[in-house]
Design a protein around this ligand. Sequence first.
Ligand code: A2P
Length: 270
Amino acid sequence: MDAISPAAPAVKVPPAFFEQKVTWVHHWTDKLFSFRCTRDAAFRFVAGQFSMIGLMVEGKPLVRAYSIVSAPWEEELEFLSIKVQNGPLTSRLQHIQVGDSVLIGKKPVGTLLTENLLPGKTLYFFATGTGLAPFMSLIREPDVYEKYDRVVLQHTVREVAELAYRDFITKDLPAHEFLGEMVAPKLLYYPSVTREPFPVQLRSTALIETGRMTTDLGLPALNPETDRVMMCGSEAFNADMVPLLEARGFVEGNNSTPGSFVLEKAFVTK
Ligand code: A2P
């Protein structure tokens, strides 16, 4: 008869989290990866929100805020993460494999919501690095295309390989069987790479200051009467973007008062 091995001590997941299984992992670079996990039927979120995500480590939850990449209508949950070799969470999370358990906080929140913006014609998304994540959800949200005539996704990264989801945005999404018809005529993608040769090699701040992006896209200069802006990136990026927008007459919105721009920082830096 086979020996029965003693059961591993059960790790008790705190009630604030769903324990979900990893279904897919993709490494973009040695500093950037994405993963998907199962989604509890009770987990509801709005495009643009984030939740606390992580792992049980030594019997305790080790979690950080992560914006949700997937759209609310999708079956699984997807996240985009940096890898920091000595980062408490990402040094571990970067090694997750299909079948591993991850923690998903039950209460998604956030300010990058269409309802926090006043009605407008063109919606601009400005992201640096993993700040792209909430916009990946929003560009798959039909509500966005119902509310706006045009959606511009501007992503700035240091290296070309960090332009995560580039093929999805430029090829798969416009050809998507249900969303393609809605997305293709309205979504404009404008990537920029600052530390390698690339057609556009400017920071988002410079793109606004010089008017280069709107000129390249054949659009009028940023205008608070017609345009709405969402941004998500490093603290320094947000801090530099806000005065540029405010100088052009944009007013920040939040969960109680809609405005002409909203922002969130790209949370995980370790
Ligand atoms: P740069 O290469 O000129 O620093 P990071 O990884 O440091 O968050 O940077 C991601 C992207 O955001 C890079 O292209 C970087 O440009 C750009 N960036 C960093 N800080 C700012 C800022 N304060 N304003 C605008 N863009 C920024």
